[in-house]
Design a protein around this ligand. Structure first.
Ligand code: SF4
Ligand code: SF4
Length: 362
């Protein structure tokens, strides 16, 4: 009996995690769920979904800077209340989308967004809003301000966001360290450390759990050591690949540096889809100054790559498809980027991926 009572009194588990998305959807979305006939893009920044029932749902997409202050969020919500039908969602590339049930509401909504300083676009074959990692706001190890790089670059690429004139869509990502939440992209701008970490031996014993720091190094370059009679760590600088992985578990191993922390640009990263395998991005420009607040050197290289891709790629070729077709030597030729020794992967583990056969390729 006691067991039965205990069974009765069991607390119902509290579900946590992502709430059910249906409760937030536009009523036309829930009504026509799974029963759409087709969709198209009447103009850049606007999607139209036509349901088998005859309903039409119009979506207007505007770019945002991803990390939004409360005033901007309120402004976006006010526009949604007044000019849309109170339903919005954010895309994975930080765009806000408003849904309305009639075409007549589309133009006033676009006008209101543009009057408030937002940009409508980012659909189809455009340069989508640049995605970025957390940066100074949420993370303790950034080597640069990823959102700042995004802002300065998107200021230069705004026309390509508003139009759909690229051969295919272009996804650009920026990351403020080289090892954690960095993204793959058609073009990726990542932090690149160029010097091994400097160790503050006085702090290591008090702050760092040495076995976990040793285990963290991907190339086994860190060893325990006694320095000035205190337990500390040492780095074999011939092995260190300057990845920065030891800094998060051991902040006394400082690797960020205004002079030697640079930016690097990688191209051709793409997730797999129904038609193609994943492709891994490759380094094309290294040692670019990490130069706030506008990062002009990195922006100039991104613009140069985009210009050649736009002029030379065939319709619907993504960046990686274009490079596969023309080959890397031609890519460096048309973009005018110098090919240096830093482009050659000479890490000892890379022998598995190097061309080790006698087969001659052209
Ligand atoms: S990319 Fe690195 S530094 Fe930037 S937020 Fe992610 S973990 Fe932090
Ligand atoms: S920077 Fe990377 S490779 Fe160098 S010691 Fe730290 S974890 Fe190892």
């Amino acid at each position: 009996m006691a067991d039965a009572n205990a069974q009765m009194a069991k607390r119902t588990p509290i579900e946590s995690g992502c709430p059910d998305g249906f409760q937030y959807m536009h009523p036309l979305m829930t009504k026509n769920f799974g029963m759409w006939k087709y969709h198209d893009r009447p103009r850049p920044g606007v999607l139209r979904h036509v349901a088998k029932s005859g309903d039409q749902l119009w979506t207007v997409r505007a770019g945002t800077q991803r990390i939004l202050d409360v005033f901007t969020l309120r402004k976006l919500c006010d526009i949604g209340e007044e000019f849309a039908e109170g339903h919005v969602h954010f895309t994975i590339r930080s765009n806000i989308e408003y849904m309305v049930g009639s075409e007549a509401k589309v133009k006033p909504l676009i006008d209101a967004l543009e009057a408030a300083g937002f940009i409508v676009g980012g659909t189809g074959n455009s340069v989508a809003m640049i995605s970025h990692t957390q940066g100074w706001l949420h993370c303790d190890i950034p080597g640069t301000d990823a959102s700042g790089v995004v802002k300065s670059m998107m200021d230069e690429l705004i026309d390509e966001f508003k139009k759909e004139e690229m051969p295919n869509r272009v996804h650009i990502t920026t990351s403020c360290c080289q090892i954690n939440c960095g993204g793959q992209g058609d073009i990726a701008i990542n932090v690149q450390h160029t010097k091994p970490p400097k160790i503050n031996h006085d702090l290591v014993a008090n702050v760092c759990e040495r076995p976990s720091v040793v285990a963290r190094c991907p190339v086994a370059a860190i060893r325990p050591a006694m320095v000035n009679g205190k337990p500390s760590l040492e780095v074999d600088e011939r092995k260190c690949i300057c990845c920065g992985a030891c800094y998060p578990p051991c902040p006394p191993m400082q690797i960020n540096d205004p002079e030697n922390t640079k930016l690097a640009i990688w191209v051709g990263g793409n997730h797999s889809n129904a038609r193609s395998k994943p492709s891994f991005q490759k380094l094309v420009a290294a040692g670019i100054p990490n130069n706030p607040p506008r990062w002009p050197e990195a922006t100039a290289i991104v613009k140069r790559i985009l210009k050649e891709y736009k002029a030379n790629a065939r319709d619907f070729e993504r960046m990686n498809d274009w490079i596969d077709r023309i080959g890397w030597p031609r890519f460096f030729e048309v973009t005018g980027l110098p090919f240096t020794k830093f482009h050659i992967d000479n890490w000892r583990g890379s022998r598995h991926s190097l061309n080790a056969s006698t087969h001659i390729r052209f």
